[in-house]
Write a protein that binds this ligand. Structure first.
Ligand code: C2E
Ligand code: CA
Ligand code: CA
Ligand code: CA
Length: 278
């Protein structure tokens, strides 16, 4: 301690900041965790903008903490990617969703599509496709009821490889959605090459509907692009009646957001569907 005055660099390499400490503790817990242990999936409804009937759900990962606030996916997914546990976490998510879909079908839920988010790192890993196909086969799920959501950044790095992988996924019967559309930097000509089924309009654009100005025309342009490319268009982050009315009028096919329904655990989602089936 009495050297501290001379060895100034000790001062700079000293105690970790609160953020560093938090990241480190999440890292340690993620590494320690067995596949999926302590995680939970919730399901957010996706409805037809015209009829209001449920068409699908998006599976969203939750990580409740026994001793405090839950840690959100926006924080722990990037850490899971950087410490190399995203593959096993992703496999757990696939397995859980497939099991859930099989269960819902057995319980008499209509044939709705459940969307799974796939991280770019997960998608580019060479084990991705084989392990996905394995889980599909083992679960016995109808692949037509599963859709995968990927962001532009995941696909553009190697567009040829992405085109190939997408073709295989679609041959198997899965559908593929481009997530957070419009927030990336991809060129439209590259996007047009991808064999896609759906386009998801990012929440940030849907938010702009209420604000007026450039907001509504941008959403309208994205919808028009989706129609041109013959894609199913899903708007996320629909928070008001006004948002929904606008999207319906502009012929956006499906909507997801707090105005329609919050993410819920599997049983609650099942109940929600039985209450909301016209
Ligand atoms: P995302 O794929 O864009 O998912 C939509 C996010 O918007 C979800 O946040 C959802 O809860 C939230 N949301 C839905 N409707 C509304 C609304 O009306 N208003 C507002 N303000 N928010 C709404 P969440 O669950 O925190 O997930 C954040 C991101 O984490 C997701 O963004 C996705 O990129 C990632 N993520 C979640 N689950 C998984 C997973 O299982 N695997 C991977 N790789 N990523 C996941
Ligand atoms: Ca998504
Ligand atoms: Ca989004
Ligand atoms: Ca996102």
């Amino acid at each position: 301690a009495k050297e501290a005055g001379r060895n100034n660099f000790h001062f700079y390499t000293g105690a970790p900041t609160p953020l560093e400490r938090r990241t480190l503790s999440i890292e340690q817990r993620l590494r320690r965790g067995v596949e999926g242990q302590g995680f939970q999936l919730v399901y957010q409804p996706i409805v037809d903008t015209h009829t209001g009937s449920v068409r699908g759900a998006e599976a969203l990962l939750r990580w409740p903490q026994p001793d405090g606030d839950p840690i959100g996916p926006e924080l722990f997914i990037p850490i899971a990617e950087s410490v190399g546990v995203i593959q096993s976490l992703g496999r757990w998510v696939f397995g859980e969703v497939c099991k859930q879909v099989v269960q819902w079908q057995a319980d008499g839920l209509p044939a709705i599509t459940v969307a799974i988010n796939v991280s770019p790192i997960q998608f580019r890993h060479q084990g991705f496709l084989p392990s996905l196909l394995n889980i599909l086969r083992e679960s016995g799920v109808n692949p037509g009821l599963i859709s995968l959501e990927l962001t532009e950044s995941a696909l553009i790095k190697d567009i040829d490889e992405s085109v190939k992988t997408f073709s295989i996924l679609r041959e198997v019967g899965l559908s593929v959605a481009l997530d957070d559309f419009g927030t990336g930097y991809s060129s439209l000509s590259q996007l047009a090459r991808l064999p896609l089924d759906k386009l998801k309009i990012d929440r940030s654009f849907v938010k702009g509907i209420e604000g007026g100005g450039a907001g509504p025309p941008i959403v309208e342009a994205i919808i028009a692009l989706g129609h041109t490319l013959n894609l199913e268009i899903v708007a996320e982050g629909v928070e008001t009646q006004q948002d929904l009315a606008f999207l319906r009028e502009k012929r956006c096919h499906q909507a997801q957001g707090y105005f329609i329904g919050r993410p819920m655990i599997g049983n609650a989602f099942f109940e929600w569907c039985t209450m909301n089936t016209p």
